[in-house]
Design a protein around this ligand. Sequence first.
Ligand code: G3P
Length: 223
Amino acid sequence: MKIFLDTADIDEIRIAARWGVIDGVTTNPSLYAKVGGASYESILQEICKITPGPVSAEVVAADVEGMLTEGRHFARLAANIVVKVPMCEEGLEAITRLADEGIKTNCTLIFSTNQGLLAAKAGASFISPFIGRLDDINEDGMTVIRELAELLALHEMDAEIITASIRHPLHVTQAALAGAHIATMPFKVLQQMIHHPLTDKGIVQFRADWDKARAELAAKKGE
Ligand code: G3P
Protein backbone atom coordinates (compact mmCIF):
# COMPACT_ATOMS: atom_id res chain seq x y z
CA MET A 1 0.00 0.00 0.00
CA LYS A 2 1.24 3.45 -0.90
CA ILE A 3 1.51 6.20 1.71
CA PHE A 4 0.53 9.79 1.00
CA LEU A 5 0.89 12.74 3.33
CA ASP A 6 -2.34 14.68 3.88
CA THR A 7 -0.98 18.19 4.38
CA ALA A 8 -0.04 21.44 2.69
CA ASP A 9 2.84 22.01 5.11
CA ILE A 10 6.05 22.09 3.06
CA ASP A 11 8.32 21.42 6.07
CA GLU A 12 6.38 18.27 6.98
CA ILE A 13 6.54 17.05 3.38
CA ARG A 14 10.29 17.70 3.16
CA ILE A 15 10.93 15.73 6.37
CA ALA A 16 8.77 12.76 5.33
CA ALA A 17 10.32 12.76 1.84
CA ARG A 18 13.78 12.47 3.43
CA TRP A 19 12.56 9.38 5.32
CA GLY A 20 11.83 7.85 1.90
CA VAL A 21 8.37 6.61 2.78
CA ILE A 22 5.93 8.90 1.02
CA ASP A 23 4.51 8.21 -2.43
CA GLY A 24 2.43 11.35 -2.88
CA VAL A 25 0.55 14.19 -1.18
CA THR A 26 -3.08 15.19 -0.82
CA THR A 27 -4.19 18.74 -0.03
CA ASN A 28 -7.55 20.42 0.38
CA PRO A 29 -8.78 23.98 1.06
CA SER A 30 -8.82 23.39 4.85
CA LEU A 31 -5.24 22.12 4.86
CA TYR A 32 -4.18 25.09 2.71
CA ALA A 33 -5.94 27.48 5.12
CA LYS A 34 -3.94 25.97 7.99
CA VAL A 35 -0.60 26.96 6.43
CA GLY A 36 -1.55 30.02 4.32
CA GLY A 37 1.19 32.62 3.76
CA ALA A 38 1.53 31.97 0.02
CA SER A 39 -0.77 31.25 -2.91
CA TYR A 40 -2.24 27.73 -3.17
CA GLU A 41 -0.57 27.44 -6.58
CA SER A 42 2.93 28.25 -5.31
CA ILE A 43 2.56 25.76 -2.47
CA LEU A 44 1.40 23.07 -4.91
CA GLN A 45 4.37 23.74 -7.20
CA GLU A 46 6.75 23.48 -4.25
CA ILE A 47 5.18 20.17 -3.17
CA CYS A 48 5.43 18.82 -6.73
CA LYS A 49 9.16 19.58 -6.71
CA ILE A 50 9.61 17.60 -3.49
CA THR A 51 7.67 14.50 -4.51
CA PRO A 52 7.37 12.99 -7.99
CA GLY A 53 4.22 11.15 -6.84
CA PRO A 54 0.63 12.34 -7.32
CA VAL A 55 -0.22 15.66 -5.62
CA SER A 56 -3.93 16.38 -5.21
CA ALA A 57 -5.17 19.97 -5.68
CA GLU A 58 -8.82 20.56 -4.83
CA VAL A 59 -11.29 22.65 -6.81
CA VAL A 60 -13.77 24.84 -4.93
CA ALA A 61 -16.15 25.87 -7.75
CA ALA A 62 -19.73 24.67 -7.42
CA ASP A 63 -20.50 24.46 -11.16
CA VAL A 64 -19.05 22.19 -13.83
CA GLU A 65 -17.43 24.93 -15.93
CA GLY A 66 -15.84 26.43 -12.84
CA MET A 67 -14.49 23.03 -11.77
CA LEU A 68 -13.07 22.49 -15.27
CA THR A 69 -11.40 25.91 -15.33
CA GLU A 70 -9.81 25.35 -11.90
CA GLY A 71 -8.87 21.76 -12.76
CA ARG A 72 -7.17 22.70 -16.04
CA HIS A 73 -5.34 25.52 -14.26
CA PHE A 74 -4.03 23.12 -11.56
CA ALA A 75 -3.07 20.51 -14.17
CA ARG A 76 -0.82 23.05 -15.90
CA LEU A 77 1.15 23.69 -12.70
CA ALA A 78 3.05 20.38 -12.76
CA ALA A 79 2.94 16.99 -14.45
CA ASN A 80 2.12 15.14 -11.22
CA ILE A 81 -0.91 17.24 -10.23
CA VAL A 82 -4.16 15.33 -9.70
CA VAL A 83 -7.35 17.40 -9.62
CA LYS A 84 -9.46 16.75 -6.54
CA VAL A 85 -13.18 17.04 -7.24
CA PRO A 86 -16.00 16.60 -4.70
CA MET A 87 -18.58 13.84 -5.07
CA CYS A 88 -21.73 15.54 -6.40
CA GLU A 89 -23.63 15.71 -9.70
CA GLU A 90 -21.45 18.54 -11.04
CA GLY A 91 -18.34 16.77 -9.76
CA LEU A 92 -19.13 13.58 -11.66
CA GLU A 93 -19.54 15.54 -14.90
CA ALA A 94 -16.29 17.42 -14.27
CA ILE A 95 -14.46 14.13 -13.56
CA THR A 96 -15.78 12.64 -16.82
CA ARG A 97 -14.73 15.66 -18.87
CA LEU A 98 -11.32 16.01 -17.23
CA ALA A 99 -10.71 12.28 -17.84
CA ASP A 100 -11.58 12.83 -21.54
CA GLU A 101 -8.89 15.55 -21.58
CA GLY A 102 -6.36 13.18 -20.00
CA ILE A 103 -6.37 14.99 -16.65
CA LYS A 104 -6.25 12.71 -13.61
CA THR A 105 -8.79 13.25 -10.85
CA ASN A 106 -9.28 12.26 -7.22
CA CYS A 107 -12.94 12.15 -6.23
CA THR A 108 -13.17 13.38 -2.64
CA LEU A 109 -15.79 13.46 0.14
CA ILE A 110 -16.85 9.86 -0.48
CA PHE A 111 -18.85 8.36 2.36
CA SER A 112 -20.52 5.33 0.74
CA THR A 113 -19.59 2.41 -1.48
CA ASN A 114 -22.07 3.55 -4.14
CA GLN A 115 -20.49 6.99 -4.31
CA GLY A 116 -17.11 5.31 -4.83
CA LEU A 117 -18.56 3.10 -7.58
CA LEU A 118 -19.95 6.13 -9.42
CA ALA A 119 -16.69 8.06 -9.15
CA ALA A 120 -14.76 5.08 -10.56
CA LYS A 121 -17.27 4.73 -13.40
CA ALA A 122 -16.95 8.46 -14.23
CA GLY A 123 -13.22 7.90 -14.71
CA ALA A 124 -11.65 9.13 -11.49
CA SER A 125 -8.10 7.80 -11.14
CA PHE A 126 -8.43 7.96 -7.34
CA ILE A 127 -11.42 7.75 -4.99
CA SER A 128 -11.19 9.06 -1.43
CA PRO A 129 -13.51 7.62 1.22
CA PHE A 130 -13.30 9.65 4.48
CA ILE A 131 -13.21 6.95 7.12
CA GLY A 132 -12.54 9.08 10.22
CA ARG A 133 -15.55 11.29 9.61
CA LEU A 134 -17.71 8.15 9.27
CA ASP A 135 -16.31 6.73 12.52
CA ASP A 136 -17.07 10.13 14.13
CA ILE A 137 -20.78 9.62 13.46
CA ASN A 138 -20.80 6.03 14.71
CA GLU A 139 -20.53 4.39 11.26
CA ASP A 140 -17.77 1.97 10.29
CA GLY A 141 -15.60 3.81 7.78
CA MET A 142 -13.47 0.73 7.11
CA THR A 143 -16.51 -1.12 5.73
CA VAL A 144 -16.54 1.31 2.78
CA ILE A 145 -12.84 0.61 2.13
CA ARG A 146 -13.36 -3.16 2.28
CA GLU A 147 -16.41 -3.09 0.00
CA LEU A 148 -14.79 -0.78 -2.54
CA ALA A 149 -11.61 -2.85 -2.67
CA GLU A 150 -13.67 -5.98 -3.33
CA LEU A 151 -15.91 -4.24 -5.86
CA LEU A 152 -13.08 -2.69 -7.90
CA ALA A 153 -11.21 -6.01 -8.06
CA LEU A 154 -14.35 -8.00 -8.93
CA HIS A 155 -15.26 -5.70 -11.80
CA GLU A 156 -11.68 -4.96 -12.88
CA MET A 157 -12.05 -1.20 -12.48
CA ASP A 158 -8.90 0.90 -12.53
CA ALA A 159 -9.53 3.52 -9.80
CA GLU A 160 -7.26 3.44 -6.76
CA ILE A 161 -8.71 3.81 -3.27
CA ILE A 162 -7.15 6.53 -1.12
CA THR A 163 -8.18 5.94 2.48
CA ALA A 164 -8.62 9.50 3.75
CA SER A 165 -9.59 11.21 7.02
CA ILE A 166 -7.21 8.90 8.88
CA ARG A 167 -7.10 9.65 12.60
CA HIS A 168 -4.59 7.16 14.04
CA PRO A 169 -2.04 4.46 13.07
CA LEU A 170 -4.54 1.60 13.52
CA HIS A 171 -6.57 3.08 10.65
CA VAL A 172 -3.49 2.66 8.42
CA THR A 173 -3.04 -1.02 9.28
CA GLN A 174 -6.75 -1.68 8.86
CA ALA A 175 -6.84 0.14 5.50
CA ALA A 176 -3.89 -1.90 4.21
CA LEU A 177 -5.53 -5.17 5.30
CA ALA A 178 -8.88 -4.08 3.81
CA GLY A 179 -7.22 -3.72 0.39
CA ALA A 180 -6.81 0.06 0.07
CA HIS A 181 -4.25 1.04 -2.56
CA ILE A 182 -3.21 4.18 -0.67
CA ALA A 183 -3.56 5.70 2.79
CA THR A 184 -3.24 9.46 3.12
CA MET A 185 -2.48 10.68 6.61
CA PRO A 186 -1.48 13.68 8.72
CA PHE A 187 2.24 13.99 9.49
CA LYS A 188 1.49 13.21 13.15
CA VAL A 189 0.04 9.78 12.26
CA LEU A 190 3.11 8.99 10.13
CA GLN A 191 5.31 9.86 13.13
CA GLN A 192 3.15 7.69 15.39
CA MET A 193 3.69 4.78 12.98
CA ILE A 194 7.47 5.09 13.40
CA HIS A 195 7.54 5.07 17.17
CA HIS A 196 6.99 2.27 19.65
CA PRO A 197 7.74 2.70 23.38
CA LEU A 198 9.87 -0.46 23.40
CA THR A 199 11.86 0.74 20.36
CA ASP A 200 12.48 4.15 21.93
CA LYS A 201 13.41 2.52 25.26
CA GLY A 202 15.68 0.03 23.45
CA ILE A 203 17.56 2.81 21.63
CA VAL A 204 18.21 4.64 24.92
CA GLN A 205 19.36 1.40 26.60
CA PHE A 206 21.75 0.43 23.75
CA ARG A 207 23.34 3.90 23.82
CA ALA A 208 23.73 3.82 27.60
CA ASP A 209 25.33 0.35 27.51
CA TRP A 210 27.64 1.45 24.68
CA ASP A 211 28.76 4.53 26.63
CA LYS A 212 29.30 2.41 29.74
CA ALA A 213 31.44 -0.13 27.86
CA ARG A 214 33.51 2.62 26.21
CA ALA A 215 34.01 4.42 29.52
CA GLU A 216 35.14 1.17 31.19
CA LEU A 217 37.58 0.52 28.33
CA ALA A 218 38.98 4.06 28.53
CA ALA A 219 39.40 3.72 32.28
CA LYS A 220 41.20 0.39 31.85
CA LYS A 221 43.60 1.88 29.27
CA GLY A 222 44.31 4.78 31.59
CA GLU A 223 45.24 2.45 34.49
O1 G3P B 1 -7.96 13.89 2.85
C1 G3P B 1 -9.12 14.32 3.49
C2 G3P B 1 -8.84 14.60 4.90
O2 G3P B 1 -7.99 15.71 4.99
C3 G3P B 1 -10.00 14.84 5.77
O3 G3P B 1 -9.55 14.60 7.06
O4 G3P B 1 -9.45 14.80 9.47
O5 G3P B 1 -10.58 16.58 8.10
O6 G3P B 1 -11.64 14.35 8.40
P1 G3P B 1 -10.36 15.13 8.32
